[in-house]
Design a protein around this ligand. Structure first.
Ligand code: DC
Length: 220
């Protein structure tokens, strides 16, 4: 079974998808981490993030694997802090906008799902491009302010909400206006506005939908 969850940066997709995967006994596929890994490798090699052909070559040759918790390994090594760090976060929208990068990474994502026989995938285009045939599709939304507030709380920098909000809005703009696989709500996805919901409530709604056989056949 494939469950696909999309939404903008900071909507809580990773936490929610991880919990849904655990509850259903499925593997968790963090597609954003794969684009972050390409970005880290591009920066490590001193390549230009704007150079689509060079970034595509890096994506095709990347030695990507996952540990049991679903965390990305680059060349067999966990580089979580760098993947989540500011430099990669600032550059990943550019690297992930190239068609050649997306083609290579989407192929890897489909390979992984086929090998495992099912996944809970989260990202920007898992409901629309990567797994259009997913049995259940969800779109998590939240206001830019609330997403910035959550991220600032997570990073323990409450004084930086405005700055974080500006970066989130910049990424939203890039992710939803790019030519290849822009972020959008799939016609058959169920949208959940998470502004006023705790993580557990979002997870409970998703699991209820899946268990009732709904959540993939139109908006509520
Ligand atoms: O979810 P995240 O913040 O880790 O994602 C990092 C970036 O990767 C995000 O700015 C856009 C890109 N991304 C993408 O283009 N397609 C996906 N399926 C997932 C992420």
């Amino acid at each position: 079974m494939i469950i696909a969850i999309d939404g903008p940066a900071g909507a809580g997709k990773s936490t929610v998808a991880r919990a849904v995967a655990r509850a259903l006994g499925l593997a968790f596929l963090d597609t954003g981490a794969m684009y972050r890994a390409v970005t880290l490798e591009v920066l490590d090699r001193g390549l230009d993030p704007m150079d689509g052909a060079a970034c595509g070559e890096v994506a095709r040759g990347l030695d990507l694997s996952f540990d049991e918790a679903g965390k990305v390994l680059l060349g067999g090594v966990s580089r979580e802090a760098e993947l989540r760090g500011e430099t990669v976060t600032r550059t990943v929208s550019t690297v992930s906008s190239h068609g050649a990068v997306r083609e290579a990474i989407v192929a890897k994502q489909r390979e992984i799902a086929a090998k495992l026989g099912g996944v809970v995938a989260e990202g920007r285009d898992t409901t629309t491009v990567v797994f259009p045939e997913a049995s259940h599709k969800f779109y998590l939304s939240a206001s830019a302010r609330e997403r910035a507030r959550r991220r600032a709380f997570e990073l323990d920098v409450p004084g930086r909400i405005d700055e974080i909000q500006a970066d989130i809005e910049r990424r939203d703009r890039l992710d939803s206006t790019r030519a290849h696989s822009p972020l959008r709500i799939a016609d058959d996805a169920v949208e959940i506005d998470t502004d006023a919901l705790a993580v557990e409530e979002v997870v409970a709604r998703i699991l209820a939908r899946i268990r009732s056989g709904r959540g993939g056949e139109g908006k509520p």
